[in-house]
Design a protein around this ligand. Structure first.
Ligand SMILES: NC(=O)c1ccc[n+]([C@@H]2O[C@H](COP(=O)([O-])OP(=O)(O)OC[C@H]3O[C@@H](n4cnc5c(N)ncnc54)[C@H](OP(=O)(O)O)[C@@H]3O)[C@@H](O)[C@H]2O)c1
Length: 348
């Protein structure tokens, strides 16, 4: 099979670099174009990009010229790592022109006809792409992945909701610096410090899981009505978001039952066989002091959600700690997995 030609939009940023890294030697996708802002257009990727990931810029990308973000890119599929204000302008233009846009940006996540996707959680929501094309008379379409903090939380909640029915969720995050992009949070603000505010984040964590855990009803999603309360905090960790979560169910659930549901959670067969799907969707850590960012961020090549400390909550029913890599599972890796699902479903 010849590879699908892809472009990365916003290729020089924290998420864009992850795309460049993860798409090297991808079995189905071949990077043909990279875009950047006016600052970078006209330079090669090697000249424009301050590489912040370990190692060097992959050789295949170094001499690719940075193009403006506009139709005319030599690609069928575009992976968007654009800032949200730019995504708002350019993603619809590209979808209208016939491109499939797999986006990380928040700009279109809550549009009624745009799937907000985690393949292991709601693969059937891709049906909205047909609605979107018809309604907007677009040749292409947009699919989105959730905010990096919503991602790991929603995967854990899917396993628990399937088994026990969620009633209330209370979550407190400790979010890595790479979640703020590059250069991100000034060092003098974050060293020896915790910042208890991330603009717009709590609203996203409180609503995005409701859409993903909702039910496809014809041409729309009926949101899950379970209430979620979130506190979001920035901490001095490079990669990986951790959440401490308390959950109330329709009936009392023991830690052992919750552990069985989390550890036994499997992706649907069509998802499990995708190239970027982790072998284990949720790993339950048995050590009492795990998960931890430094020790658990590479689990499943950064695509596995690690859950630990599953115990009784005296206010709710169960409390636990979850961990997920924000620029892999919560951004570029998640977006690539979404596109792989579209291929497997015959939508791309
Ligand atoms: N970081 C995460 O963990 C994470 C997780 C999930 C979702 N997201 C979302 O992913 C998107 C990217 O985030 P990030 O963390 O990678 O941000 P970032 O490090 O600030 O990078 C943003 C990049 O966008 C580029 N850009 C700006 N305007 C552009 C345009 N018109 N065309 C093409 N490129 C343009 C800039 O390129 P130049 O270098 O050329 O100026 C910059 O490198 C955001 O919407 C963010 O909310 C991030």
């Amino acid at each position: 099979m010849s590879k699908i030609r892809v472009a990365i939009l916003g290729a020089t940023g924290a998420v864009g670099q992850r795309f460049v890294q993860l798409l090297e030697n991808h079995p189905w996708f071949e990077v043909k174009a990279l875009t950047g802002s006016d600052r970078s257009v006209g330079q090669t990727y090697g000249e424009a990009c301050r590489w912040v990931l370990p190692g060097q810029i992959p050789a295949y990308a170094r001499d690719i010229p940075i193009l403006p973000t506009e139709p005319g890119l030599d690609a069928q599929l575009t992976f968007s790592a654009l800032p949200s204000d730019q995504a708002k302008i350019f993603e619809p233009q590209l979808a209208q022109a016939g491109y499939v846009v797999s986006s990380n940006a928040s700009a279109h996540r809550m549009w009624e006809d745009v799937p907000l996707l985690i393949p292991e959680v709601n693969p059937d929501h891709t049906a909205l792409t047909t609605v979107q094309r018809q309604k907007r008379d677009w040749k292409g379409f947009i699919v989105t992945n959730p905010n990096c903090t919503s991602t790991g939380l929603t995967i854990a909640l899917r396993a628990l909701h399937d088994a026990f029915t969620l009633k209330k969720v209370f979550a407190v995050s400790m979010q890595a610096l790479s979640g703020a992009g590059y250069p991100g949070v000034p060092s003098l603000d974050i060293l020896d410090n915790v910042i208890p505010y991330i603009s717009g984040e709590e609203e996203k964590v409180e609503t995005e899981p409701q859409k993903m855990l909702g039910t496809l009803a014809g041409d729309r999603i009926e949101f899950l009505t379970t209430q979620i309360s979130a506190h979001t905090n920035r901490v001095a960790v490079t990669d990986g978001h951790m959440l401490c979560t308390s959950v109330e169910f329709a009936q009392r659930v023991s830690p052992e039952e919750a552990t069985t549901a989390l550890a036994g959670f499997h992706a649907p067969a069509i998802v499990a066989s995708l190239p970027s799907a982790p072998a284990t969707v949720i790993e339950v850590a048995s050590a009492p002091d795990r998960p931890q960012p430094r020790r658990d961020r590479d689990t499943g090549n950064g695509m596995t959600t690690v859950v630990g400390r599953i115990r009784v909550d005296p206010l709710f029913h169960i409390k636990f700690v979850s961990f997920s890599h924000n620029t892999i599972r919560g951004a570029a890796g998640g977006s690539i997995l979404n596109a792989e699902l579209l291929v497997a479903q015959g939508l791309l």
